[in-house]
Design a protein around this ligand. Structure first.
Ligand SMILES: NC(=O)c1ccc[n+]([C@@H]2O[C@H](COP(=O)([O-])OP(=O)(O)OC[C@H]3O[C@@H](n4cnc5c(N)ncnc54)[C@H](O)[C@@H]3O)[C@@H](O)[C@H]2O)c1
Ligand SMILES: [Zn+2]
Length: 366
């Protein structure tokens, strides 16, 4: 069992990582319960619940908790206030109290929605993240960002609400779709480039084995990514400084997703293009040497193929980029690598430079 900690002023919380952890989740959960916790609510969707719900229900009943289950529809399009309202309705009907516990079992969509419901119900109750996709295990379950989409934009409604703990069972990835896995590995590439050259090497040397879901390698990668995210969040919970480096690859990535109405790319795939773009910009500015540029771009492609981009309008992507909610006073914020394992934060790059790189990427000339 590997254990990490997110250390915050308000409260710190553990991240447990271990294959098969769900079988004995009661031991871990018992250490995280409030003394007066009598009830638990498990939020998931049908698919994930059928795969892993029973193990968790077993663990909760061994703890003597009265447990109810709320299943929500599967998919990003259900990440809405309406779904949150339905969850809250169930919490009221089940008479869930301040000391009780909510558990989010699923991918990032479940974690974000259920986390948000737990942030606003009775002004906040405890919740646990039990992520079952690679993206959720290395990224979304840690850091306390919860929320839902609005029809005018992604993640526009939300709250910081840190979980009481994160329980990661990498063996749940055995049932994960191959495209979800490849897409999430782009986020792992992100962590390697921003902070961990050893992680980058590991991904580079073992890309095939990782794509074949080698258990122990996946566990290693998850641990290293969580180590980085936990550290960054501990030092900058609300993203006023260092946490912004986690947006490496996301300035272009988010714009690509928005320009294609969130239909063409998985999030990580768009980030893959964003990583290629940011590395290219860094190289054009003579920040990054050619060998590192090649290694970064080759690694992204090793976890491809990425969806085609040749019929996407460069202007539209540039416009979406200008609307990025993380822009500061209208200026784009770019995270740029100066070598593998290290980045700088750059505000106010010449828009022509960015535009040209964007054009090249979209035409597949990078
Ligand atoms: N809060 C944050 O800090 C943060 C960070 C990154 C992303 N996100 C959010 O995360 C969401 C994306 O998360 P995601 O990529 O996990 O997508 P997802 O939650 O939609 O999961 C992808 C698919 O995999 C299925 N699934 C989940 N676990 C499975 C398993 N073990 N086996 C088989 N199928 C499984 C899901 O039911 C779904 O169909 C987005 O809404 C994004 O905004 C949040
Ligand atoms: Zn991301």
């Amino acid at each position: 069992m590997k254990k990490l900690e997110v250390v915050l002023q308000s409260h710190s919380y553990p991240i447990f990582i271990s294959s098969g952890l769900l079988e004995k989740a009661d031991e871990l959960i018992s250490s995280l319960l409030r003394p007066k916790c009598h009830k638990a609510v498990l939020v998931s969707n049908q698919k994930v619940f059928e795969l892993y719900g029973r193990k968790l229900i077993g663990a909760l009943s061994r703890l003597g908790l009265k447990t109810s289950t709320v299943l929500i529809s599967d998919g990003e399009r259900f990440k809405t206030l309406r779904t949150v309202e339905n969850i809250v309705l169930s919490l009221i009907e089940e008479k869930i109290e301040r000391n009780d516990l909510l558990l989010a079992l699923g991918g990032g969509v479940i974690g974000d929605i259920a986390g948000f419901a737990s942030a606003i119900y009775l002004r906040g109750i405890d919740f646990l993240q039990i992520p079952t996709t690679l993206l959720a295990q290395i990224d979304s379950s840690i850091g306390g960002k919860t929320g839902v989409n609005h029809k005018l934009g992604k993640n526009l409604i939300g709250a910081f609400h840190q979980p009481k703990g994160v329980l990661i069972d990498p063996s749940t990835l055995s049932s994960l779709d191959g495209r979800e896995l490849r897409s999430a590995l782009q986020e792992a590439v992100k962590y390697g480039v921003i902070k961990d050259v050893e992680l980058f090497d590991l991904l580079e040397k073992n890309s095939k084995e990782l794509l074949a879901k080698d258990d122990s390698l996946l566990e290693d990668v998850i641990y290293r990514c969580c180590y980085i995210k936990a550290g960054v969040v501990s030092r900058d919970e609300k993203e006023s400084g260092e946490r912004r480096i986690l947006n490496f690859g996301h300035t272009i990535g988010h714009a690509l997703e928005a320009a294609t109405r969130y239909k063409r790319f998985k999030h990580g795939e768009a980030v893959g293009y964003g990583i290629i773009g940011a590395a290219q910009i860094a190289s054009d500015l003579n920040l990054l040497i050619k060998n590192d540029l090649d290694r970064i771009q080759n690694l992204v492609n090793a976890f491809g193929p990425l969806p085609k981009t040749d019929n996407i309008d460069t202007k539209l992507v540039a416009e979406r980029m200008a609307q990025d909610k993380k822009a500061v006073a209208g200026r784009l914020v770019f995270i740029l690598p100066d070598k593998i394992g290290s980045v700088i934060i750059e505000e106010g790059l010449p828009s022509e430079l960015v535009y040209n790189v964007l054009k090249k990427i979209l035409k597949g000339r990078v």
